[in-house]
Design a protein around this ligand. Structure first.
Ligand code: ZN
Length: 279
């Protein structure tokens, strides 16, 4: 267990700022970090003095995704927050239980926090990094931010919280998934995935100003507005679609274990390393 992988700041009255704090690893997420983040969200959700929550990250990059070296770390050290169990059971059953708890379950909890959440994003956001940004309500990005989910190259459908179609539209979602190429902050703004793009040096200040502005509204109005939008997504079938994609994601992992002896197709790393990236 590492201390302070996630920090909580109070930069203004009514505003909490949760900060990912593993910059030397580009904020790659370990289970330890995910549970610390969940604890921080819970603290802010239950603190009545907090009206708006910012999710930010120390270092040049918001998050490089899940730390693949952490995959085999057992769940014993953590107290589950969902009703998923059976983490040590053999085969797909155990693996699915772990991903249900630490990925799908966590993202869904955070998506439903009854307070406005704002992602403050710089640098690279890769795969599991999107699973921290997309559950937030608003996204403020610095102009250097890029967003990608290249994991199709590893033989799965995409990261585990499959809201791609709602975030990007169906055609752009397919392009992102098929090619692995990143979306820039400006394009993210153009297609509605990003609310605001600002220079890197203004990112923290501009995000805080937006949070302070929102925090002046009554918490009741804010939570009713959030729930109304989220229920509109629910009425469109978003949660059902996320769960269906999660099942296919587990099928991908199972296929890879059967064929390659690993939960991801090991040829993916070489493909990513050698192919040409667009300017
Ligand atoms: Zn997975």
């Amino acid at each position: 267990m590492e201390e302070n992988l996630v920090l909580i700041e109070h930069p203004a009255e009514g505003v909490a700022r949760i900060v990912l704090n593993r910059p030397d690893k580009r904020n790659a997420q370990t289970k330890d970090m995910i549970y610390q983040l969940n604890d921080a969200f819970d603290v802010c959700a239950q603190d009545d003095a907090v009206k708006v929550i910012i999710l930010a990250a120390n270092g040049p990059h918001f998050s490089a995704g899940h730390d693949l070296s952490d995959y085999s770390v057992p769940m014993d050290a953590f107290t589950p927050v969902s009703t998923a169990g059976g983490f040590t059971l053999p085969g797909a059953e155990g693996y699915m239980a772990v991903e249900t708890e630490i990925y799908l379950g966590m993202c869904w909890r955070w998506r439903n926090i009854p307070k406005p959440t704002i992602a403050e994003v710089q640098g690279k956001v890769i795969a599991g990094g999107l699973m921290l940004v997309w559950p937030c309500d608003l996204v403020v990005a610095s102009s250097d931010a890029t967003f990608s989910d290249p994991v199709v190259v590893f033989g799965v459908n995409g990261h585990e919280f499959f809201t791609h179609v709602w975030e990007l539209g169906a055609r752009r979602a397919k392009e992102l998934l098929y090619t692995g190429f990143p979306i820039t902050a400006d394009e993210g703004k153009l297609i509605g995935m990003v609310n605001k793009v600002v220079p890197r040096e203004d990112l923290q200040r501009e995000t805080l100003e937006l949070a302070i502005h929102i925090s002046r509204r009554p918490s009741m109005g804010l939570k009713l507005a959030k729930q109304s939008v989220n229920q509109s997504l629910d009425a469109q079938g978003q949660w059902q679609a996320i769960q269906a994609a999660f099942g296919l994601h587990q099928l991908g992992h199972s296929h890879n274990r059967e064929v390659h002896g690993s939960y991801i197709d090991p040829s993916g790393a070489e493909i990513i390393r050698t192919e040409n990236k667009p300017k």
